[in-house]
Write a protein that binds this ligand. Structure first.
Ligand SMILES: [Zn+2]
Length: 376
């Protein structure tokens, strides 16, 4: 299988030799093939490096380098970058020919990767170690402390766990998402029922066009099988169902297996205020004043929608008394330059605006308030 893949890469390079001038160092690139560490890339080794390794370590890279040697000594790169090193591109026609081959090889690599299911409880460690900008997720590679909330949720006694699930090939993550689980205690004897929610699934950027929905569907199916679930709530319900319709036609036999596209339970996050930083979250991102994290915006006092470790607060303080209120319960007074609660403000009819009630004078005769600055 592997030998065949490498032949397709070499065959394509040989085909390009007919159309494109060779770079003067063309012949120094040896053993071009699919990269071991990242199967979406190609790898090679230069003749100079082969000589150097032999001289310094005694290791001989022969005609058929082992996977271990490929992994250890070879340089992994995109097929585009490699072809630009092998050939001299002068005209737009040559460039077009080269990019045809780039696309062909990229497609081939994409369609032939093998990947395995993985699951981990170390959510903060996983996110922190992810390479940035490879799957469109704004949280990849951010500081570990940004993700403490997940560890906190797994640690406290709230009957909820959150894990990362996905597909990997070697060290490369192909697809991943959060899997939430809530355990309901059904009776005193300890019988329980577990409810799952598969949150938004992110796919490696190189695979987004080719197999985005396919990977989402496969992950969904894997979770269902792994946990023996008949139905599963899944954020990407829409994509998964349209994938099935496009593949199987109108009555996809799986479509009814997706239930809701949102999480049906809340998550107790008591004590979250003590954390230093907070993650950006896709669906479960609203925290209410009972310390419940949920998908409803209604009673939210905090929204986890910031990518810099902070959060958006819906709570505001009155600039006069200092108490906290819902944003909607405060009014801004332009003349006093303060946000004021209903106790600390007065409406001045003749000005058509609110002022600090300390600055409002009542006229017993007319029954109207005036602004103190307006009275001589
Ligand atoms: Zn007030």
């Amino acid at each position: 299988m592997k030998a065949q893949k490498q032949n397709i890469i070499l065959d394509s390079i040989n085909y390009l030799k007919i159309f494109l001038p060779l770079h003067k160092e063309f012949n120094t690139f040896k053993h071009i093939g699919q990269a071991i560490s990242d199967p979406l890339k190609v790898s090679y080794i230069s003749q100079g490096k082969i000589n150097g390794i032999k001289e310094n370590t005694g290791v001989k890279i022969g005609n058929r380098p082992t996977d271990e040697q490929r992994n250890k000594y070879f340089t992994a790169t995109s097929i585009e970058k490699l072809l630009k090193k092998l050939f001299v591109i002068n005209t737009s026609e040559e460039s077009a020919t080269m990019y045809d081959v780039v696309n062909k090889i990229d497609d081939y690599l994409r369609q032939n990767i093998e990947y395995k299911y993985f699951i981990t409880d170390d959510v903060s460690g996983f996110y922190h170690n992810e390479p940035e900008n490879y799957n469109g997720s704004c949280m990849a590679g951010k500081p570990k402390r940004y993700f403490e909330l997940y560890d906190h949720i797994n640690k406290i006694d709230n009957d909820v766990t959150v894990k990362i699930v996905g597909f990997k090939t070697q060290d490369l993550t192909i697809a991943r998402g959060l899997l939430w689980c809530k355990t309901y205690k059904l009776n005193q004897e300890g019988k329980t029922n577990k409810v799952y929610f598969l949150d938004r699934i992110y796919v490696h950027s190189k695979l987004q066009n080719a197999s985005f929905s396919k990977l989402q569907f496969e992950l969904f199916q894997t979770i269902r099988k792994h946990y023996r679930l008949d139905k599963l709530d899944v954020f990407n319900k829409g994509q998964i169902e349209s994938y099935l319709v496009s593949k199987y036609g109108d009555m996809p036999k799986f479509s009814y297996k997706t239930d809701k596209k949102y999480c049906s339970f809340c998550v107790d996050v008591s004590g979250y205020e003590d954390l230093d930083s907070y993650p950006y979250m896709d669906t479960l991102k609203y925290i209410d004043d009972s310390d419940l994290l949920n998908v409803e915006q209604e009673d939210a006092i905090i929204i986890l929608d910031q990518t810099n470790g902070e959060y958006t607060s819906k709570e505001c303080t009155c600039d006069e008394c200092g108490y906290t209120f819902d944003e909607d319960d405060l009014q801004y007074s332009e003349i006093d330059n303060q946000d004021l609660c209903s106790d600390c403000r007065e409406y001045i009819d003749e000005r058509d605006e609110y002022v600090n009630s300390m600055n409002a004078l009542y006229n017993e005769y007319t029954g109207y308030f005036h602004y103190s600055g307006d009275i001589r």
